[in-house]
Design a protein around this ligand. Structure first.
Ligand code: ATP
Length: 151
């Protein structure tokens, strides 16, 4: 099957740059599936889990805390506020962040504090959910990317 280059860029790094067969992203208007030769597209991306099908069919996942997606000339560029794969995730940090946010929420704060705690809890929960999905699908990025480095 043909592929399209997926690049995921965050303010600190190029997290991912690899040919892929298919990407599913939660855009501002809902879920979008992108195959090679997709029409040009620009959209915001919601905090969500991006599903990626690598060459050969294995799937893996990227947690993104919102951002912007552009598709053009057979390249998909996702500019993310923050993004992690199972290879870059610090699990204990995400668990601590979730617990901290839940403690703040249980103290029944209000207004901006409540909104911030909910957003922090949701970011941590997304990261942990991404890890579960990645583990369940066999951590495909780890296999493919390690192989391509050692080739
Ligand atoms: P924390 O409270 O642990 O800092 P956060 O949700 O407030 O979490 P963000 O503001 O979303 O963190 O992200 C700041 C930077 O830290 C980003 O580069 C993001 O990729 C990274 N980051 C956040 N949590 C983790 C994690 N659990 N593992 C790896 N990197 C993380």
């Amino acid at each position: 099957m043909s592929t399209v280059l997926l690049e995921v860029v965050t303010p600190d790094r190029l997290l991912f740059s690899h040919p892929v067969e298919f990407v599913v992203v939660k855009g501002g208007m809902g879920e979008i599936g992108i195959l090679p030769r997709h029409a040009p597209l620009a959209t915001t991306v919601q905090p969500s889990i991006v599903k990626v099908r690598m060459e050969g069919g294995g799937e893996d996942y990227i947690a993104v805390s919102g951002g912007f997606l552009e598709v053009r000339q057979d390249r998909i560029t996702l500019l993310a506020d923050a993004a992690e794969t199972s290879m870059t995730l610090d699990v204990e940090r995400a668990q601590r962040a979730k617990q901290r946010a839940e403690e703040r929420l249980s103290q029944r704060g209000e207004g901006i504090e409540l909104t911030r705690a909910e957003a922090a809890r949701d970011r941590a929960a997304l990261r942990l959910q991404m890890l579960e999905l990645s583990n369940a699908s066999g951590n495909v990025f780890e296999k493919v990317l390690t192989e391509s480095v050692s080739k």
